[in-house]
Design a protein around this ligand. Sequence first.
Ligand code: PLP
Length: 451
Amino acid sequence: NRHFRRLYEQTPTSRSFHERARDVTPLGVESNVRSVRPYPFYLGEADGSYVYDVDGNEYLDFLMGLGPGILGHNYPDVVDRVESQIEACGSVTAIPQTIAIEVMEQIESMTPSVEKLRLANSGTEATMHAIRVARSYTGNSKIAKPEGGYAGAHDYALQSVSASEEALGPEDDPETVPYGTGIPDAVTDTVVAFPFNDEEATERILREHADDLACVILEPVMASCGVLPPDEGYHEFLRELTEELDIVLIWDEVMTGFRLGPGSAQGRFGVTPDMTTFAKVAGGGYQLAAFGGREDLMAEIEPPAENPKDKWKTSAFHGGTYNGHPVSCAAGLATLEVLEEEPVFETIEPLAERLFDGLQVAADEAGVEASVQYVGSMGTLFMLDEAPTTQRETWQADDDLFRDWWFEAAASGVLFGNDDQYERFFTSYTNTDEQIDFALEVAEDAFRRVR
Ligand code: PLP
């Protein structure tokens, strides 16, 4: 493909690293999401708004680690805090550490719905544990999630994730389908899918399964099928319905948490879930995640005091060798403090508005059918003539055209997310107006090249 060629000509060292990587790991990458065909570029360094590959090419980075990098790479306050923590004690000790108390207090103080919380190491772990707590609390096994939503890489959540052309049942009564192979049918049978933003269908499906449901888990802004904002009133409706039906409402704020404001999406939209999961920005680029919520729900983790020896049998288990890792806690705490003390959102959101609105104008002027959709500092460029309002509408986007455009932009030094149509991209605190100008010039040129 001629659109890929420029980038490949610039990255011969990455090509040889890829050959080496393929010998040790499937696809030559550590996570399927990092796979680019025929090969990805490999990182040399990262600094502020930029990443550099092993051939020394510079890229203005709006991928930002798939979301965590709200302050850009290696933000000085974060690096300093991490370095001091490493000096004090950088390795895990399995002895409770005060830095973990500090970061939990910080998350709690920024998130009024979280009365108690626990730490974990990834969004996947956080959602898995939150679901277990909801199951323990309600005694029910089933969970409900929107079609197209991503809630991590464990079996319970890898259901009805994919943007796919396959027949998945009617849009207003979707079937649950496992994402990929290796997932037991028995697990798929515990998951009920519903269509995001469709109140009538959501209500019918949740009422039908209410007696068996432990929780509804969803992203407040759908982001893994491209950015799909909630329709006005949808979250209020879902809040009322789940309360009426006694179903635990879990907001998976792994992507939106501390990204859409200091109070996350729940602060932005003014809706209070029962439980919330965090990762990404909460750890400022390090492996920190959290799940928490109402005290009576989180009490499921606490065994009755008079019966400590039987604790495994009488409570919802949550443990992990690396939970509350001191270095991750230090990075998370430093990041969250910067979010509170500095005008981060006042900076990144106007920059995002310039970037995303500018991309729409550039596409229109180049005559490429595209529609940009964004909330705060995260957005998606859909290769679609009209902005999608439902998850199935996102399937109509032209993935090949997106990849061609992405490769052209990357070859000119800008990473608009990764080469997947359904990923999002983000502005960060180290971005400047000049960087946005440059990004828009590159984007416009790329639109003309692919037109
Ligand atoms: N939930 C949401 C909404 C996410 O976007 C992601 C990751 O992209 C996860 C969960 C899983 O998080 P992790 O990749 O840290 O396991």
